[in-house]
Ligand binder design. Structure first.
Ligand code: XMP
Length: 513
């Protein structure tokens, strides 16, 4: 089945992924492509609609990103956003001017008047707040265009050429600050492009299963299962598609959270795949004995992980396919065009050279994180795995400050489990993006019963964040913190003091090491 596609043409703006996510939230499939993509490639995709994103440049500069003018002759509806709208105007013979603070430049929330007779703005309120962020402005419209929205400063807040189905918004409909932005995008997709909302994870599961079967045939595939959302969903999808042709290797380094290794095993042991759990805890702990430096801990764990995986993979012999849990943001961030290169993600660039395989399979390559979760739910994975918060590869090793011993691991596992239980009981588990306990290396004096104690201080950390690059500490209610504290000191030995970390990132990081 050929799926309908909307192309999001990336001109290097900061909200490009957000545009794509909003389109998919309308259950319409879209792909982000660089503005450098050859026009024939775009034509071959037979898109139902095209969206030009924003971008940091001025469209009239020599080196600004531009698309071949042929894009306007494809007969496909176009929505230009911010720079995209300016490019549309410029490319069709209109004029763009440089605004200054006194004239048409606008930043932030702006009142806008809408002409709801336009298909783009149909059914919306006539006045609403939009999010503006532009230095340049549309000075003169090309022939055939008219204004369909304006603010005090900006006569061309949104524009249309209804006959050609070309639309532009100077504001950003994709951000939440634009009150009716989601509906505007919906209007473009359904009123203008006539898309059908058929992009659902149930459909995706079906199609992907079929395609994986066709691709893998009778071949053998290998997957490193960490128990994280991405590898778990990839595993479940592959299990449905090829069953025992898939081997999953789950390296349990003994530094998982309490019972987590067993939970992962329980979720996959009967799923029809060849499931290998390697209980390598003692091996990792002996390598880590006496090591306090965080980066050395990471390095040791990373290297040991590869050794264990390699040994197991060798027992299986040559495999045809190595499965990776790469997701769409990794693909986008690894660089669609010059402007979009943010970082080179390890999942996309570097392939492991320690496994003998012919080809790589990335069944989640086109999905955003929220879609991966929805797919997991559609495939019947438990909430626990689907909603698992991020957990660092080195596990509790970087949450035990100083050297690591089996006793400390057990203390931290118990304390962390109580923390998580109480956060879930308070109904906060989906509001706090990451929360965990840290066993600090500090001991202090306490009094328990009639006796003096000299034991460890436990730190609790909870953060709210969207991208984990910056984070704010979570305002966990005092009564919840009190309950957690009381339970931990009563139920876990060797902890006599508990502190809550009230630093944000920056200046702190989320993890303590
Ligand atoms: P930081 O501590 O850098 O953490 O603010 C940001 C996010 O990255 C996770 N993290 C790691 N993940 N290996 C990983 O796989 C690591 O060595 C590592 N260090 C930090 C951290 O849990 C948070 O989600």
């Amino acid at each position: 089945m050929k799926k309908q596609t909307v192309v999001v043409l990336d001109f290097g703006g900061q909200y490009n992924q957000l545009i794509a996510r909003r389109v998919r939230e309308h259950n319409v499939y879209c792909e982000v492509k660089s503005y450098k993509t050859p026009i024939d490639e775009i034509r071959a995709m037979a898109p139902q609609g095209i969206i030009f994103t924003g971008g940091p440049k001025s469209v009239y500069l020599e080196d600004s990103p531009r698309m071949d003018g042929e894009i306007f002759t494809l007969g496909v509806p176009i929505l230009g956003i911010c720079y995209g709208a300016q490019f549309l105007v410029y490319g069709l013979g209109g004029e763009i001017g440089a605004a200054n603070a006194d004239s048409a430049a606008e930043f932030g929330r702006t009142d806008c008047n809408m002409d709801t007779s336009s298909p783009l703005l149909k059914g919306l309120r006539k006045k609403s707040v939009v999010w503006m962020s532009h230095n340049d402005y549309i000075k003169k419209l090309p022939e055939g265009f008219r204004s369909i929205a304006h603010s005090d400063k900006c006569p061309y807040g949104a524009i249309e050429n209804a006959q050609k189905k070309f639309y532009g918004t100077q504001f950003h409909p994709e951000v939440n600050h634009t009150e009716q932005g989601f509906d505007m995008l919906g209007n473009f997709l359904f009123n203008v492009c006539k898309c059908t909302p058929d992009w659902t994870m149930e459909n995706y599961a079906e199609t992907a299963t079929r395609e994986l079967r066709a691709k893998i045939g009778n071949g053998k595939a290998l997957l490193a299962l960490s128990g994280g959302v991405d590898s778990s969903v990839a595993c479940k999808l592959l299990a449905n598609a090829i069953g025992e042709q898939l081997t999953c290797i789950f390296v349990d380094h003994g530094l998982m959270r309490k019972n987590e290794g067993d939970e992962v095993e329980a979720a996959f042991a009967d799923s029809g795949v060849h499931f290998v759990r390697v209980n390598a805890g003692p091996r990792f702990l002996s390598k880590l004995a006496g090591v306090s430096d965080p980066e050395r801990k990471r390095k040791i764990i990373g290297e040991e992980f590869i050794r264990v995986f390699e040994e197991e993979a060798e027992k299986i012999g040559k495999v045809d396919f190595l499965v990776q849990g790469t997701i769409y943001p990794d693909v986008i961030e690894s660089g669609l065009g010059d402007a979009a290169v943010i970082k080179s993600h390890h999942n996309v660039g570097g392939l492991p050279d320690y496994v003998d395989f012919k080809e790589i399979v990335e069944p989640l390559r086109l999905l955003f994180k929220d879609e991966v979760r929805a797919l997991g739910a559609a495939l019947g994975l438990s909430d626990k795995l689907v909603w698992r918060q991020p957990f660092p590869g080195p596990g509790l090793a970087i949450r035990i400050i100083g050297d690591i011993t089996p006793e400390k691991v057990a203390v931290l596992q118990d304390a962390d489990a109580i923390f998580r239980e109480e956060i879930a009981a308070a109904g906060l588990d989906r509001n706090i993006n990451q929360y965990f306990a840290v066993l600090t290396n500090m001991r202090s004096v306490g009094v328990m019963g009639d006796g003096r104690t000299y034991d460890y201080t436990l730190a609790l950390r909870g953060v709210s964040t969207t991208d984990f690059m910056t984070a704010d500490f979570s305002r966990i209610p005092y009564d919840v913190l009190e309950k957690i504290s009381t339970r931990i000191v009563n139920e876990v030995q060797h902890i006599n003091r508990i502190v809550y970390d009230i630093t944000s990132k920056p200046p702190a990081t989320i993890e303590w090491e």
